[in-house]
Design a binder for this molecule. Structure first.
Ligand code: BDP
Length: 701
């Protein structure tokens, strides 16, 4: 009788139409609409049996129970015994470890009338539980759930760029989730929800604070706050890391400097590591931005990146901690090419880092642009574990007003061939450690989470958090299949809606590239806040923060010559990789202006001149946003009304921005090409001067 009442209440709750504010992300667990698939899983919904009291295993049990009860509309009993009669689910730690499941893999099987989730570790059980939930949520027939899965990368990590004052560097979804002034006493329930969302997609590590780090995080006061968060995350299998300020020994320890070869400085870090691990025994380690954009570092004392990284690595090594040292380092050099900077800084030190150091490289050579070639460092550091750094927050991809699904961008980089050990040496194989047998493997994503009710600002940006986690687990998943999973769990399982939304997502990044930086243009966005177009930017604090440094427009043509007669950045790649880009005549158009200065009248493979092609991309890119708006409008009634309306509003903002980019860029580049806007496009009705004012508005203080 009690079960019947519960069932009735569950059904009632799912029927009451309530607006969806996006808070629940892809973990909604509403009653599964597909009744035949629901019936298949109901056959296994009598109980969940478990054989481990480990806190992570207990999380798995609880998540599975909560999720399935919602999805199947049935109360499920828990059973503290590993044995399983038909009709239920067993969540069991293997008594003898199975080699191919490693430390985090899981196996799903149907045997003797029950579903068996097995793993060698509690974390494996947690990922297995979420995998089963995903199958049910996406209405996968029960007959298709069998199989095992192991993560390809060991540390699947979010880098939060959160500050002590509650702001987030390049955050577009509200304030920081971490309430430092309330910690450690008050635990916001959101901390747990953040952890479960991450665990559900396999993320097992987070850096809490901005890479432009406050030394404050190394104080006991803050470490106790960090511990409080670590305690919330631990039952979700998540380790905590901190970004450190390299000058902390001077700032906090009152030492005369922070020279990594100075014994007192080294001792300070040794003591600090002891203190940290005394407070947080399973602390992950440090992330370091050094000698970059004004941050302190070993070069301040004539020392090298290896000296700095190794000092920290020695301090955390006794506790199995690691040091993740960022390669995002570039000096202001008006004559140089920023493209080459990270390579030139780090390549000479390959093999000089201690075994617990990882060098974290941004996906491209410049800075998270809408399209970049892969960083040449990925092909050049066989003796140093390299971590991938992607940016999930959309600093250069339209903040939270633009619908841009990032999985295609991530995949483009991961699938690129470095040729480091012959054909097939993909970037993915470098960073998952399989190419060079790195002992540590890391994929990091700069988080897009914040205090907005829906976590990510743009509802559709939730898909980027989701896709990052799924790809860090398995980089071989296709971006379309990840999109499909996410849509089914987050928006709709209606077949036409699914296809429409997936199509929108799959082309959204290319659309964004077209109306902002087509044909390989890069770094022409608004100064400082990076909002909107500012290709005319000539002066900034540094030459390599201007736009003209990158696009090199003149009366002859457009683009940065990085071939042998130019900066020869192409020479940093393996010759077989460089070959694909080195000739202007067969360089793929998406990369053309990355590598070549191309005459305005030059005929491209499309049959159009460079100028006409450029205009075509800007115009068709902007119109593609209008098309997406129409397609989205047609989805009304096929998903939650509040979500539909919110995305519609943002798409309208995106269209306004697309026209702004289009008009700004065609009018500005026209001052060099001196050519007319080609038919059938109509020239902008506003003038370049009017648009320049528009950009200024966003930069007024
Ligand atoms: C740039 C951001 C800046 C970051 C920097 C970094 O504009 O805010 O601090 O990257 O990655 O993209 O360190």
């Amino acid at each position: 009788m009690r079960y019947k009442i519960c069932l009735f209440l569950l059904l009632l709750a799912s029927m009451v139409a309530k607006a969806d504010d996006g808070y629940r992300l892809w973990l909604k667990y509403d009653l599964l609409k597909n009744t035949s698939v629901r019936a298949q899983y109901l056959a296994y919904a009598q109980y969940i049996a478990y054989n481990s009291s480990d806190p992570v295993a207990q999380t798995a049990v609880r998540e599975l129970q909560t999720g399935l009860q919602g999805l199947l509309g049935k109360t499920i009993r828990l059973q503290n015994t590993g044995s399983a009669a038909p009709g239920g689910i067993a969540l069991n730690l293997n008594s003898t470890p199975i080699a191919n499941l490693g430390t985090e893999g899981y196996n799903l099987a149907i045997q003797n009338g029950h579903i068996n989730i097995s793993a060698n570790t509690p974390s494996g059980l947690l990922y297995g539980a979420f995998a089963l939930l995903r199958k049910v949520q996406t209405a996968t027939p029960a007959t298709q759930i069998q199989g095992s899965s192991t993560p390809k990368v060991q540390l699947r990590m979010l880098n939060n760029w959160d500050n002590t004052n509650g702001t987030i560097e390049r955050g577009y979804a509200g304030a920081s989730l971490w309430k430092w002034y309330e910690l450690p006493e008050n635990i916001d329930p959101r901390y747990r929800d953040y952890a479960r969302a991450n665990a559900s997609i396999g993320i097992n590590a987070v850096v809490l604070n901005n890479v432009n780090a406050s030394a404050r995080f190394m104080t006991r006061e803050y470490l106790l706050k960090v511990k409080a968060l670590a305690d919330v995350f631990k039952p979700y299998g998540i380790k905590v890391f901190l970004s450190v300020n390299f000058a902390a020994p001077r700032i906090l320890g009152k030492l005369k400097n922070s020279d990594p070869l100075e014994p007192a400085v080294r001792q300070w870090w040794v003591e600090k590591a002891k203190e940290i691990y005394g407070i947080i025994p399973d602390f992950g380690g440090f992330l370091v931005k050094a000698n970059s954009e004004g941050e302190p570092g070993p070069q301040d004392f004539g020392r090298t990146h290896a000296d700095g990284a190794n000092m920290l690595a020695e301090a955390v090594a006794p506790f199995k901690g690691i040091v993740i040292w960022r390669a995002f380092v570039y000096k202001a050099d008006p004559k140089g090419d920023r493209f080459k900077a990270a390579y030139e800084e780090f390549k000479p030190f390959d093999g000089n880092f201690l075994p617990n150091v990882v060098v974290q490289v941004k996906n491209g050579p410049i800075d998270f642009q809408p399209r970049e070639p892969f960083s040449p460092l990925f092909g050049a550091m066989p003796k140093t574990p390299l971590a991938m750094e992607f940016q999930i927050t959309q600093e250069y991809l339209g903040f939270s007003t633009n619908l841009v699904y990032l999985a295609p961008l991530f995949k483009e980089c991961l699938d690129a061939d470095t040729y480091a050990k012959g054909p097939g040496s993909s970037v993915a194989k470098v960073i998952d450690g399989s190419l060079h047998q790195y002992p540590i493997s890391v994929m990091a994503g700069v988080a897009n989470t914040g205090s907005d009710r829906n976590w990510c600002g743009h509802l559709m940006s939730q898909a980027n958090w989701y896709a990052f986690g799924r790809l860090a687990w398995d980089h071989q998943l296709s971006s379309a299949s990840i999109a499909e999973e996410w849509i089914k769990m987050s928006l709709s399982q209606d077949a036409t809606a699914l296809t429409t939304i997936r199509n929108i997502m799959e082309r959204s990044r290319e659309v964004y590239v077209d109306f902002t930086t087509p044909l390989g243009l890069h770094h022409i966005m608004g100064q400082g806040i990076h909002y909107g177009p500012e290709p005319w930017l000539e002066r900034s604090a540094r030459p390599d923060w201007t736009s003209i440094y990158y696009h090199r427009a003149d009366s002859i043509g457009l683009g940065f010559d990085r071939g042998v007669n130019g900066s020869n950045a192409l020479g940093l790649y393996h010759p077989d990789a460089a070959k694909a880009w080195s000739q202007v005549d067969n360089c793929p158009l998406p990369y053309l202006l990355w590598y070549h200065h191309v005459p305005w009248a030059k005929k491209l493979s499309t049959g159009r001149s460079l100028w006409d092609e450029l205009c075509t991309r800007y115009y068709t890119g902007a119109e593609a946003v209008a098309t997406i708006q129409k397609e989205w409008a047609g989805l009304k009634g096929k998903m939650d009304a509040e979500i539909h309306a919110d995305v519609s509003g943002r798409l309208a903002a995106q269209y306004r921005e697309a026209l702004w980019w289009r008009d700004a860029c065609v009018l500005y580049f026209q001052t060099y090409s001196q050519m007319p806007i080609p038919a059938p496009f109509t020239p902008p009705t506003r003038t370049l001067e009017e648009i320049k004012l528009l950009v200024q508005i966003y930069q007024y203080r």
